[in-house]
Ligand binder design. Structure first.
Ligand code: SF4
Length: 289
């Protein structure tokens, strides 16, 4: 008997990643080389393909000299963009439209003299860019930290979430913030991307229906890691798998029903290959549930 594979309804690239990867492919067809500051998307398989076509991942802006440059889907801090402009005239913007909207909102609320809270990972490029856009009157609140901000004096406050944050963590952070600041002084924005919310809900539902939930995605991908944490709330047998070769090395004998979901920067061809491998994997004989 073969294993039963249940695939989530929203897998593969989200629209922001699709846009960035397609843009990069077209530019590479035209120019044959293209620089990006850090990985264009947080997925090693996708990056390997782009590098094969001529993409150069740079760490220092000076490496972009004379080379077409692409702003990745997480966006770029304004000061860094100015430095890129000193190195090259050919700049393409692949910032996800959803991230751009949040950036505009942060900029507008900051200009209206709100003190800005950004709930997210301080080391994530999206939050780094957002912080620079917000300016000095801004702090990053790690979702699980018990930061004390009573010393900050402000008349009004605005709260934003990293677009890939889990709704639970954002709610918990807001509850903590509201212990210190009166609700009438705060504007709270739900800036978690609809793609992230949909995939987190699916992770919860699917994790409850299967013996094993496999989340396909890059280990560097924030939204992929959130999906794993979400799945684990319901099913401890939730695994992050980055590539088809990893699946081959897994001991899956005791799992009859396997669910598959993916992060937003996972290519659908990688997921299909994983499904093919799993489908050909024999189920354990006499397995009972
Ligand atoms: S997860 Fe959402 S915010 Fe992030 S790139 Fe995809 S569509 Fe854009």
């Amino acid at each position: 008997m073969k294993k039963k594979i249940i695939t989530g309804s929203s897998i593969g690239f989200c629209f922001g990643v699709t846009r960035a990867v397609e843009m990069a492919m077209k530019i590479l067809d035209k120019h044959k080389h293209l620089a990006t500051l850090g990985d264009l998307v947080h997925n090693d398989l996708v990056m390997a393909e782009l590098k094969k076509r001529g993409m150069k991942v740079i760490k220092d802006i000076s490496e972009a000299r004379g080379c077409p440059f692409i702003i990745r889907s997480h966006g770029l801090p304004p000061d860094i963009l100015e430095k890129v402009k000193e190195q090259t005239d050919i700049i393409y913007d692949a910032t996800c439209p959803f991230v751009s909207k949040v950036q505009e909102l942060v900029k507008a609320l900051s200009a209206e003299k709100n003190f800005i809270f950004l709930v997210g990972d301080p080391q994530h490029p999206e939050i780094e860019a957002m912080k620079k856009i917000a300016g000095n009157n801004c702090i990053i609140v790690k979702p699980e930290s018990r930061v004390n901000f009573l010393h900050i004096k402000a008349a009004r406050w605005a709260v934003f979430a990293q677009t890939t944050l889990s709704l639970d963590l954002y709610r918990a952070a807001i509850t903590r913030i509201l212990r210190h600041i009166p609700a009438e002084k705060i504007t709270i924005f739900n800036t978690i991307c609809p793609v992230s919310i949909k995939r987190q809900n699916e992770a919860l539902k699917l994790a409850g229906r299967v013996d094993l939930l496999i989340v396909v995605g890059g280990r560097k991908s924030s939204n992929t890691r959130k999906l794993v944490l979400t799945g684990k709330k319901v099913n401890k047998n939730t695994l992050l798998v980055e590539s088809p070769s990893e699946v081959k090395s897994l001991n899956l004998a005791k799992f009859q029903k396997i669910g598959i979901i993916s992060g937003a920067s996972t290519d659908v061809s990688c997921i299909k290959e994983i499904i093919r491998i799993l489908s050909n994997h024999p189920a354990q004989k006499n397995h009972r549930r």
